[in-house]
Design a protein around this ligand. Structure first.
Ligand code: C5P
Length: 234
């Protein structure tokens, strides 16, 4: 893997203008981009096409969760847009994940298909209210195993879970981790963070990083410093 290509910059902006201004300062050989629900809902596929024309790889973070046919159709359309990675909720179950995987098999340019296990906003009390008797940690492992056996490429997880998941699911199973902060950076509203080096050493393949880059005075310099940190870990 290109060691300068493990950072996915999270474009948490309300509209295209700010996102494009930032991306013009970044280098597509040094990072990928994550577009989530807010930006996509406002700007739609046209913005994704612009980023792809600028040579960026796109993680379309829409966390699909619906009946298998609907999710499969949405995944097929996302693949047609040319995105590099997309995701679904593992709690949609095996038949939903298999339908998504099968839909992508037929695409000429197959994106990585990643599962969300348990949202990090959910704690053990919340999960018990859902009548799930597992702890969050047990449920994360269960859903990650289900995602793997349904043919998915990996999961989004906290870097704190990466070591366990990597041991249980193997080093090839792709781990995408948010909650990353360089040592000298503000934690913002993140509770439990890891530095880029710690996350890579824990088994992360890709690091989702927003504000430490998007709010930096010099975003490219911030990205370059993070890539240098990652390279020193390997
Ligand atoms: O700015 P920051 O680096 O905290 O942004 C992290 C990004 O990753 C945000 O888009 C956030 O919604 C997302 N994310 C997260 N924790 C999760 C899943 C996604 O921070 N468990």
């Amino acid at each position: 893997m290109n060691n300068n290509n493990r950072v996915i910059v999270s474009l948490d902006f309300p509209a295209a203008k700010q996102a494009l201004e930032l991306c013009q300062k970044l280098d597509p050989t040094s990072c990928k981009l994550k577009v989530g629900k807010e930006l996509f809902t406002r700007e739609g596929p046209a913005l994704i096409e612009k980023f792809i024309k600028m040579d960026f790889d796109i993680f379309l973070d829409l966390k699909y969760h619906d009946i298998p046919n609907t999710v499969a159709s949405a995944c097929r359309v996302a693949a047609d847009l040319g995105v590099w990675m997309l995701n679904v909720h593992a709690s949609g179950g095996r038949s939903m994940m298999e339908a998504a995987r099968d839909a992508l098999e037929k695409s000429t340019h197959k994106p990585l298909l990643i599962a969300v296990t348990v949202l990090t906003s959910i704690n053990d009390n919340d999960i018990h209210e859902l009548a799930i008797t597992n702890t969050v940690k047990e449920q994360v492992i269960l859903l990650a195993k289900l995602a793997k056996s349904s043919g998915l490429d990996g999961v989004v997880c906290s870097a704190m879970e990466a070591t366990d998941l990597s041991l249980q699911l193997g080093k090839e199973f792709c781990l995408v981790t948010p909650g990353i902060r360089p040592a000298d950076s503000s934690k913002d509203d993140q509770q439990r963070v890891m530095t880029p080096t710690e996350a890579i050493n824990a088994g992360s393949h890709y690091l989702v990083i927003g504000r430490p880059i998007t709010r930096a005075e010099d975003p490219l310099a911030a990205l370059n410093a993070i890539n240098a940190d990652i390279n020193s870990a390997e």
